[in-house]
Design a binder for this molecule. Structure first.
Ligand SMILES: C[S@@+](CC[C@H](N)C(=O)[O-])C[C@H]1O[C@@H](n2cnc3c(N)ncnc32)[C@H](O)[C@@H]1O
Length: 274
């Protein structure tokens, strides 16, 4: 696989490798509050052993590591080698020796120490070509009675949807995690877990408010979202036009304090291995 010729069936690994350095570095509270919601629901206990799939720059990994403490561990597998390297560096910098990060595919994970007490994955499963097959593999890696939790997006509405509509307009059709999939509904995602043999499947919806200090900060943030093709897939000569359109959408989302805020709906899906 090369950066020039991503496989048409799954372009995401190459895309994530390309944007790893700047990923989640905008200063906007985005992946962290979403991951914290998942940590609350998975309720890690000191000493537990967690597997995480698709950790990226570590929003969930680092929070889990703090929660399980030095007696527990978090094994994390990401398909993008640069994400792995950067997260290894961050865990080392924080002295979290209970974190072990390696390159691996969430579709067929081969972590070092199964079975785990729990598996967590935030904003990843919708990138996998066959989520039921992947979840069936995950099920094998968690102990009986162990739990699994994932965070996915509810469909983007309001200003977020208007921003997403700019992508086909400026960047044409391309890889998208939008529409026409089981991830459109709570029942659709729950059905994936049930088809993979999980029990006690439940959904917890939450809304997160994402504040932006400036249009520039929004632009950096957008590169780590489904909006990233606005910049990578469009003519650079039109970027000022994209920014002007985004500004008018964001101006309508200003709160009484004058701050631009986008509301994103997150769906947490939790299940247990029998
Ligand atoms: C939207 S980011 C989320 C990162 C992190 N979980 C967070 O919430 O901050 C998706 C991550 O999944 C990884 N990823 C995508 N496909 C993957 C796969 N098949 N196996 C493992 N990781 C994958 C990407 O490299 C990226 O780091």
């Amino acid at each position: 696989m090369t950066a020039e010729s991503p496989p048409p069936d799954n372009p995401w690994p190459t895309l994530f490798e390309t944007i790893a350095e700047e990923y989640d570095q905008s200063g906007v509270p985005w992946f962290q509050p979403i991951a914290r919601g998942l940590v609350d629901l998975l309720a890690p206990r000191p000493g537990e052993r967690f597997l995480e799939l698709g950790p990226g720059r570590g929003a969930l990994t680092l929070a889990l590591a703090e929660a399980v403490g030095a007696e527990g561990w978090v094994d994390a597998l990401d398909i993008a080698p640069s994400m792995v390297r950067l997260l290894q560096e961050e865990a080392r910098r924080r002295g979290l020796s209970q974190v072990r990060v390696a390159v691996g595919d969430a579709s067929r994970p081969e972590p070092p120490a199964p079975p785990y007490d729990a598996i967590g994955s935030s904003l990843v499963i919708f990138f996998l070509p066959d989520p039921v097959a992947a979840l069936s593999e995950w099920r094998r890696l968690v102990r009986p009675g162990g739990r699994v939790g994932v965070a996915t997006f509810q469909p983007w509405t309001g200003p977020l949807e208007q921003l997403l509509d700019l992508v086909p307009e400026f960047a044409g059709e391309g890889p998208s995690n939008r529409g026409g999939t089981p991830f459109d509904t709570d029942e659709g995602v729950a059905g994936l877990f049930e088809a993979a043999g999980f029990a006690e499947v439940r959904t917890v919806p939450r809304s997160h408010a994402i504040p932006f200090e400036s249009l520039e900060q929004w632009q950096v943030w957008s590169r780590a979202t489904a909006l990233q093709r606005l910049w990578t897939g469009s003519d650079p000569g039109r970027h000022d036009e994209i920014l002007a359109r985004a500004r008018s959408i964001l101006d309508e989302s200003r709160g009484s304090d004058g701050r631009m805020t986008l509301e994103v709906g997150i769906r947490y899906t939790l299940a247990t291995r029998r």
